[in-house]
Design a protein around this ligand. Structure first.
Ligand SMILES: NC(=O)c1ccc[n+]([C@@H]2O[C@H](COP(=O)([O-])OP(=O)(O)OC[C@H]3O[C@@H](n4cnc5c(N)ncnc54)[C@H](OP(=O)(O)O)[C@@H]3O)[C@@H](O)[C@H]2O)c1
Length: 214
């Protein structure tokens, strides 16, 4: 699959490496050309000169940027993502980092879907801490890859991508379930804010429904 990843931070770089390792072609972009070049080289990805250039080359576009940048990027990629799958990994935060930006009545993913009405937005990978991307099985336990989406085909693509990098793919329902996924991520983040935390904790639903693969 051809995947555009916008963002070369710990998440964008980690996912790029993982997806290349799983046999996907990855186009990587962000703002700093130097960082993009270095991250692409490290991951075995291809440099793209802008979010729109990357998105035009891909079937799937992953938004691995702060939520605050998502609206601007949505505007830039909108002309080239009709019918494509957009994977939102953001965890929108309050300005003081005291918790999720949307208190269960809305979500970053739904906002992004409103900004990209001709694309199919999926919430996925946001509960996976960057430190676990390369090996998503801390203590030998395969972490869950929760996927929320309204479009069945886009959801199947994201479930398949999650499985391809070693996660246990789980369909958690419509895109509005992103409200719960963003809160779930924040619970993990808040626990890791304690001094000495590993930032390697993750979510596994014990006794979960049978894993759903694409
Ligand atoms: N860190 C985690 O463990 C984790 C886990 C799950 C989800 N998330 C979420 O995933 C997202 C990325 O997290 P991160 O830790 O990788 O963040 P990060 O290290 O701060 O990286 C953010 C990336 O976004 C790029 N960016 C920012 N504004 C941009 C714009 N307008 N156009 C293009 N690129 C832009 C930056 O590019 P430049 O460097 O070139 O400016 C940078 O590469 C966030 O929404 C976060 O909430 C994080």
């Amino acid at each position: 699959m051809d995947i555009a990843i916008i963002g070369t931070g710990s998440v964008g770089s980690g996912l790029a490496t993982a997806f290349v390792g799983a046999g996907h072609r990855v186009y990587l972009t962000a703002r700093s050309a130097d960082k993009v070049e270095a991250a692409a080289q490290a991951a075995g990805a291809t440099v793209a000169t802008s979010p729109a250039a990357a998105a035009a080359l891909a079937d799937v576009v992953i938004l691995a940027v702060p939520f605050g940048a998502a609206e601007e990027i949505a505007g830039a990629i909108r002309p080239v993502v009709n019918g494509k799958t957009i994977v939102d990994v953001t965890n929108p935060a309050k300005a003081d980092w005291s918790g999720p930006l949307f208190g269960g009545t809305d979500s970053g993913a739904e906002r992004i879907a409103a900004w990209l009405p001709e694309a199919h937005v999926v919430k996925a990978f946001n509960t996976l801490l960057a430190n676990n991307i390369a090996a998503p099985a801390p203590e030998g336990i395969r972490l869950d890859g929760y996927v929320a989406a309204d479009d069945a085909d886009a959801k199947a693509i994201a479930l398949g991508l999650a499985e391809s990098i070693g996660l246990n793919p789980i369909d958690v329902g419509p895109l509005s379930a992103a409200r719960q996924l963003e809160s779930l991520a924040w619970l993990n983040i808040s626990l890791n804010m304690a001094p000495g935390s590993t930032w390697k904790t993750g979510w596994k639903l014990v006794g979960a429904p049978v894993a759903v693969a694409a």
